[in-house]
Design a protein around this ligand. Structure first.
Ligand SMILES: [Zn+2]
Ligand SMILES: [Zn+2]
Length: 238
């Protein structure tokens, strides 16, 4: 029933993904939830890891002290109650139709960050790999779904097999950044030659540990610049 409701969403009102009010909105969000979903004014973020900072162009303390192996991050928005709900729907409730709504803020941020002619534009997208066992359990890799959409939107190739997860690491939640990096050691391998500038695509950047470890492996394989594009960024607790 839910599937049908979503198929016919454009013709017949269906519940808004966030508040349940009836809507025919193409994104699946009602007008009031859509308001502010794509921020009109963007708060300044660290150019390297996209955490909130006091001033435009300012690196956060962590990136200034111990820069991660990736060079630049863009996020659609903060990971908050609404994005958490939709990401959960996407990953665990198998509701891929929430993806267009989740992508709106990121696509907007990419358009803002790279005005034409696009400078510092990546040459290919690399979805954050998940271990084959997890992929099998979930049925898909959400990062691949996101990368495919962005690839189509921005006419960029998606290298879905270029980087693979070779070690099933323990779940990252509950670990601090150092423990996360240790947990991820030897987790990734590169399986094909890569262009000089790639963008890692993921749903949520929490501490940035996974992206940092993958970026290091990509650079060891010859990549010179690594950008990260994520739907949402977990705010630092301070
Ligand atoms: Zn709503
Ligand atoms: Zn930073």
């Amino acid at each position: 029933m839910k599937f049908l409701a979503n198929l016919t969403r454009m013709l017949i009102p269906a519940p808004c993904f966030l508040c349940g009010a009836n809507t025919t909105g193409e994104s699946g969000l009602c007008a009031s939830c859509l308001l502010g979903w794509v921020p009109v004014a963007r708060a300044p973020r660290c150019p390297q890891c996209a955490t909130g900072v006091a001033m435009v162009g300012l690196l956060c303390a962590e990136c200034a002290q111990a820069p991660p192996a990736f060079d630049c991050t863009h996020t659609g928005q903060d990971f908050n109650a609404a994005t958490r709900h939709l990401v959960h729907q996407l990953k665990f409730a198998r509701q891929p139709w929430v993806l267009p709504a989740l992508l709106l803020p990121l696509v907007d941020q990419i358009e803002r960050a790279y005005p034409a002619p696009r400078v510092d534009w990546p040459q290919a997208l690399i979805p954050m790999p998940i271990h084959p066992q997890r992929r099998q359990a979930r049925g898909f890799n959400q990062a691949r779904l996101i990368a495919d959409q962005l690839g189509r939107r921005f006419d960029l190739p998606v290298l879905g097999q270029a980087a693979v997860r070779v070690k099933a690491s323990a779940p990252q939640s509950g670990l601090d950044a150092a423990a996360r990096r240790k947990n991820l050691r030897d987790a990734f391998a590169v399986r094909q030659s890569l262009p000089a500038h790639v963008a890692i695509i993921d749903d949520v950047m929490t501490t940035g540990s996974s992206a940092a470890v993958l970026a290091r492996v990509l650079k060891q394989a010859g990549v010179r610049r690594v950008t990260v594009w994520v739907l949402a960024r977990t705010p630092r607790p301070d």
